[in-house]
Design a protein around this ligand. Structure first.
Ligand code: BMP
Length: 224
């Protein structure tokens, strides 16, 4: 249920290492998400280090948004580095675009997760207007999952109705961006992505456990 976004700095003043956070939180996380900030700081070797330290899956979130052939080249390097899943923008579209990434990822055994809406306010201006079409593309491509923001739970409800049990829904925006732990799960998400609320806290292990327990309580209440 809990995906921890390992975006530096770690600890209140950047005094922790990412791997210390992984050691302290791995009991509560189903997977870790790494993005450009950590990979640029620590190199792509960090992907395998997180996998080995935690025993969990690593989602690489570069929000790929290029022509298909270029995304494929990035994907191959990430697969070599141990990525279990990559996140790409659905808005790139099908036609020498995202379908090339999906085909190659299938051959490499890497999951693809497509962004269909984002958690910040600016998502309304362009992205949200194509939300249903982006979900339809994701379904047609048969990807592993979609990103739908926890900050707008009604989009998660719409997404769940549209994708039924065919795709996993990943919901960022819990904690610092305002959504409560468990709220996106109750709206229909499979996973909540939580970053700063855990990784910048003075005690990431304790906060991860609190988030995990809050998720369990919410799910028990709303799903019975
Ligand atoms: P935080 O919990 O610190 O707000 O981090 C959220 C994480 O989710 C970040 O890694 C960010 O890149 C990601 N994310 C997001 O916040 N909104 C989106 O719409 C899509 C994301 O991937």
């Amino acid at each position: 249920m809990l995906v921890i976004a390992l975006d530096p700095p770690f600890g209140p003043s950047g005094e922790y290492s990412g791997l210390k956070i992984v050691e302290e939180t791995s009991a509560y996380a189903v997977s870790y998400k790494v993005g450009l900030p950590l990979v640029l700081e620590s190199g792509p070797e960090v992907i395998r280090a997180i996998k080995e330290t935690s025993g969990k899956r690593v989602i690489v979130d570069f929000k790929l948004a290029d022509i298909g052939d270029i995304m494929v080249r990035v994907l191959r390097k990430l697969a070599e580095s141990g990525a279990n899943a990559v996140i790409a923008h659905g808005f790139v579209g099908v036609g020498d675009g995202v379908e090339k990434l999906v085909e190659e990822a299938r051959m490499l055994g890497v999951d693809v997760i497509l962004v269909t809406a984002m958690s910040h306010r600016g998502s309304r201006k362009y992205l949200d207007k194509h939300f249903e079409e982006l979900l339809a593309d994701a379904l047609e491509l048969g990807v592993h999952g979609v990103v739908v923001p926890a900050t707008r739970p009604w989009l998660i409800e719409r997404a769940r109705k549209a994708v039924k049990d065919e795709l996993k829904i990943y919901a960022p925006g819990v904690g610092v961006q305002g959504a409560e732990p468990g709220s996106a799960l109750c709206a229909g998400a499979d996973y909540e992505i939580v970053g700063r609320y855990i990784v910048r806290s003075p005690d990431p292990g304790k906060i991860a456990r609190e988030v995990y327990e809050a998720q369990l309580r919410s799910v028990r209440t709303c799903r019975g």
